[in-house]
Design a protein around this ligand. Structure first.
Ligand code: CTP
Length: 213
């Protein structure tokens, strides 16, 4: 089975040298790739810039911006049975990218930002009935309800709820939520172990998700 995995942050450039991004290390997504491979599957990894080497044997696609992640995922998703979207995608991009380098003017400046494309929501719209989608939800308050709304908005089969402390950390504490809002599993520990549990669970239950019934 081929599974698409997104990982790491994206970057949105203000000018040719400065960008907005986030502190995602890519560890969770890369650990998911390794777990898929250990379970005998082919992982197709679309990753933003991180300090990790792509796991040996995966099909690797390096991207930088959200629009590049979108383009790669739209091309690759049709050839995969499912997607696990662990990337910490930038929600906003500067309205304009300045060519060259912005110079200091001695005055405060403000930056006009617009929303980026939503990669996962797009895959959710393009999903075939035989495909499945696992999203991630990073929530700081009203966590389960927000995660469930996100699952529904993005047409996911399951969503992995985690919290801001997960960003850049070695370990993670997550809950897996289904389209009925039920917590169907929860795991805590090093990202490698949590990833193995998540992959095992999804591979066992992928035929029975509420969205594919
Ligand atoms: N995601 C995406 N494209 C975006 C934003 C998010 O594909 N432009 C994906 C992430 O990879 C993750 C899921 O959507 O699987 C939820 O990401 P999260 O940051 O929790 O939520 P947002 O949709 O960005 O909403 P908000 O920041 O308002 O909570």
């Amino acid at each position: 089975m081929r599974v698409l995995v997104t990982a790491g942050p994206t970057r949105e450039y203000l000018d040719d040298v400065r960008y907005i991004s986030n502190a995602s290390s890519g560890r969770m997504g890369y650990a998911i790739v390794t777990a898929l491979q250990q379970a005998g599957h082919t992982a197709v990894l679309v990753s933003g810039p991180v300090d990790l080497a792509p796991p040996v044997g995966c099909e690797f696609h390096a991207v930088e911006s959200t629009s590049q992640m979108m383009e790669a995922c739209q091309e690759l998703f049709p050839g995969c049975e499912g997607v696990i979207a662990a990337a910490a995608v930038c929600d906003y991009q500067p309205l304009k990218r300045v060519r060259g380098k912005l110079s200091k003017s001695g005055e405060p400046i403000s930056l006009e930002m617009i929303e980026t494309d939503d990669v996962l929501a797009t895959l959710g719209r393009e999903k075939r009935p035989d495909q499945w989608i696992v999203g991630f939800a990073l929530e700081a308050q009203n966590e389960r309800e927000n995660a469930l709304q996100k699952l529904r908005r993005k047409n996911c089969d399951w969503i992995v709820l985690n919290r801001p402390t997960a960003i850049g950390a070695e370990s993670n504490t997550v809950e897996l939520i289904d389209p009925d809002g039920d917590v169907v599993a929860d795991w805590s520990g090093p990202k490698s172990e949590v990833s193995r549990s998540l992959v095992d669970w999804v591979l066992q239950n992928r035929g029975s998700s509420a969205n594919s019934r």
